[in-house]
Design a protein around this ligand. Structure first.
Ligand code: ATP
Length: 228
């Protein structure tokens, strides 16, 4: 479903993504695991059409989204590292606005927003201004906009960062639930998180794919993943 071929991203002279190639199948949870600066966010920003690549291809159902970045939005819901929230909007206003931006038909917008408000447990704060929410709640709002309209592919950059332990458990459960019908790709630098949540782990270091396999098959490498 997603094929990344020989992806390269340079920021000036700095090689952030170094000839990355991989395939993602439908209906599974994939985890990008790697230390800070490994190139996880850059790869996700390119896969979602937010950022151009220096070289390479990203094919989604055969469409090269680097040439047609608008197509990416049809297939992908994205929670970037810093969610694009409007602080002066209420949660409800923001999600209504996001539904419109995503092109969800008018007659379906209200029910779509209701569904994600319930799923991400935001109903109690729907009338609150985003600026007045805690970091954990803001992260949920970002997640809500990512899954709005239930796109085929959901890409989450460090989805549990800034959450308390109870919220982390809830979000992990939600991700597993989403993966029953959707393909989920998440990034993390927390080994325990990807081991627990993901069907496949891709270890990324210095912009390169070091290994890609199930958590069980990678056990030997994961033991010293801290040293990558
Ligand atoms: P983190 O978990 O810290 O976000 P990451 O694995 O997501 O790390 P990236 O954010 O993709 O890594 O960064 C990859 C490399 O590219 C890093 O060395 C980073 O400093 C560099 N980089 C990222 N964005 C830019 C930018 N806009 N300009 C220049 N260099 C950048």
């Amino acid at each position: 479903m997603i094929e990344v071929k020989n992806l390269v991203k340079k920021y000036g002279n700095h090689l952030a993504v170094d000839n990355l190639s991989f395939k993602i199948d439908k209906g599974k949870i994939y985890g990008f695991l790697g230390p800070n600066g490994a190139g996880k966010s850059t790869t996700m920003n390119i896969m979602t059409g937010y950022l151009g690549a220096t070289e390479g291809e990203v094919l989604i159902d055969g469409h090269d989204i680097l040439r047609e970045p608008e197509k990416a939005k049809k297939y992908i819901g994205y929670l970037p590292e810093i969610p694009p929230l409007y602080m002066e909007m209420t949660v409800q206003e923001y999600l209504d606005f996001a539904a419109e931006l995503k092109g969800i038909p008018k007659e379906k917008r209200e029910s779509s927003v209701e569904e994600v408000l319930k799923l991400v447990k935001l109903k109690d704060v729907r009338e609150r201004l985003i600026r007045n929410l805690s970091k954990g709640y803001r992260q949920r709002v970002g997640l809500a906009q990512a899954i709005l309209g239930f796109p085929d592919i959901i890409i989450l950059d460090e989805p549990t960062v800034g959450l308390d332990p109870k919220q982390i458990i809830e979000i992990r459960e939600l991700i597993r639930d989403l993966a029953k019908k959707h393909t989920v790709i998440l990034s993390s630098h927390i080994l325990a998180e990807v081991k627990e949540v993901c069907d496949y782990i891709m270890i990324i270091s210095k912009g390169r794919l070091v290994a890609s396999d199930t958590p069980d098959n990678l056990e030997h490498l994961l033991d010293d993943a801290e040293s990558l």
